[in-house]
Design a protein around this ligand. Structure first.
Ligand code: CTP
Length: 406
């Protein structure tokens, strides 16, 4: 699991997984793992057709409990006489992946002739459905009608991918990536308190070229920004990430603008800012860039008395602060090695921020490349808090909570 998925708020949440017959059924095992890694509790129902592809024992072996199979399975009945009602009483989200055309038809029409369809009918909470089937079955007007019906009924659809499917055909019908289904499940478990907000997050380092092969940069991994973006996304925001070069990947539901230099990041942010409600600047922008040596590579033998001159880069966040409108909110970060509180206060004012999160990057477990941060928080109303060392995911979640206090 990626570091920016581990939000503590999902601990103990109960996820019920429904698995239908498909060559993609084995990928539901990765879903079990992903939800367990997020500290959720997972139960599952494996339909008769699914059990031909992957055994219920595999789901049990990975830690799903209980694992339901047929309606009149003796073992299940020993556990509970009302297994078909149980997820509806104990689970917070139901995730059906892969969902077959047959199960989708049943869900759309309220049929309840096996364990999974009974459980779905008796489940009032959010239901995520990720189909997998042959492209001709997916394209069939009957399936289209059933799928539209699910949307109208409030099911959360994770549409299949386009490409080559198991039978050799090419088209739309391949199960969406496990990560997308997992995130749809987490989103269904999250408060939608940022719903409708357009949020921009800058993250990662910038890279300032000096010659054809060398650049000036810093070791920012972009993790703090990824956590801010992910938390906002899970809480319903429309998220745009403006990312310097990092190893991170982002879900398809986020817009991503990849940049290299501070000037490119600045141009992208200036462009996007008028259409945003909130910007959160976590990027470790290079404050200076080397004066370009030129388009060629600087050769070793030229190195006698080598020196590099620098010119200032734009302060991206400050620029956003200048044009900030009354409805817009700005969150900044401050990486400090001393005078944290006074520097946070100075930056909050000089950059026209609503909230600043400062940390001592010289401390162990706080700063570049770590999974944790120890923050001092200050907002424009003068509220200040010192937080203990926390996972960056938790810092992100709390910062959005704090902004919402406004
Ligand atoms: N920031 C920015 N553009 C810059 C420099 C910083 O957008 N050219 C943003 C950072 O993303 C962060 C905040 O401004 O949210 C503060 O960054 P920091 O590096 O702590 O401070 P600086 O403003 O660069 O000042 P100094 O380096 O002197 O501490």
């Amino acid at each position: 699991m990626q570091a920016h998925y581990g939000f503590a708020g999902f601990m103990g949440k109960r996820v019920h997984l429904g698995v239908c017959g498909s060559i993609a059924a084995y990928r539901a095992l990765d879903l079990v793992r992903a939800f367990l890694d997020a500290d959720c509790m997972v139960s599952a129902t494996v339909t008769d057709a699914a059990a031909r592809f992957v055994t219920p024992l595999s789901f049990e072996g990975l830690g799903a409990s209980p694992v339901y199979t047929g309606m009149f399975d003796a073992a299940t009945e020993r556990e509970s006489a009302f297994g078909h009602l149980e997820p509806g009483q104990t689970c917070e989200v139901m995730v059906i992946a892969p969902a077959s055309a047959n199960t989708i038809a049943k869900l759309a029409n309220g049929l309840a002739d096996d364990m999974l369809s009974c459980q779905a009918l008796a489940f009032a909470g959010p239901k995520v459905v990720a189909p997998a089937m042959n492209p001709r079955m997916w394209a069939n007007p009957v399936t289209r009608r059933n799928w539209d019906m699910l949307e109208k009924l409030g099911f959360i659809g994770v549409v299949p991918e386009t490409g080559k499917v198991a039978c050799g055909d090419t088209g739309t019908g391949r199960l969406a990536p496990v990560e997308e289904i997992f995130l749809a499940g987490l989103k269904a478990l999250s408060p939608q308190d940022l719903n409708g907000k357009r949020v921009m997050v800058t993250l990662g380092p910038t890279r300032e070229p000096w010659d054809a092969v060398r650049f000036w940069s810093n070791p920012s991994s972009g993790t703090m920004g990824a956590c801010m973006a992910m938390a906002a996304y899970l809480r319903g925001a429309e998220v745009t990430v403006v990312a310097g070069p990092t190893a991170l990947s982002f879900p398809s539901g986020m817009s991503v603008v990849q940049v290299q230099t501070a000037q490119q990041m600045n141009a992208a942010c200036q462009d996007l800012w008028p259409s945003m409600d909130v910007a959160c600047a976590t990027a470790a922008v290079a404050d200076f860039r080397p004066v370009l040596y030129g388009p060629d590579k600087f050769k070793k033998e030229q190195g006698d008395g080598l020196h590099v001159d620098f010119v200032p880069n734009p302060d991206i966040l400050k620029g956003l602060g200048v044009s900030k409108q009354g409805y817009q909110r700005l969150i900044g970060f401050a990486a400090e090695t001393r005078n944290i509180k006074s520097e946070a206060s100075r930056k909050l004012k000089s950059k026209n921020l609503d909230l600043i999160a400062a940390n001592d990057v010289s401390r162990e477990g706080s700063g570049f490349g770590t999974a944790t941060n120890q923050m001092y928080i200050l907002d424009k109303a003068g509220r200040q808090e010192s937080w203990p060392k926390l996972p960056k995911t938790e810092v992100a979640w709390r910062l959005w909570d704090h902004l919402l206090l406004d």
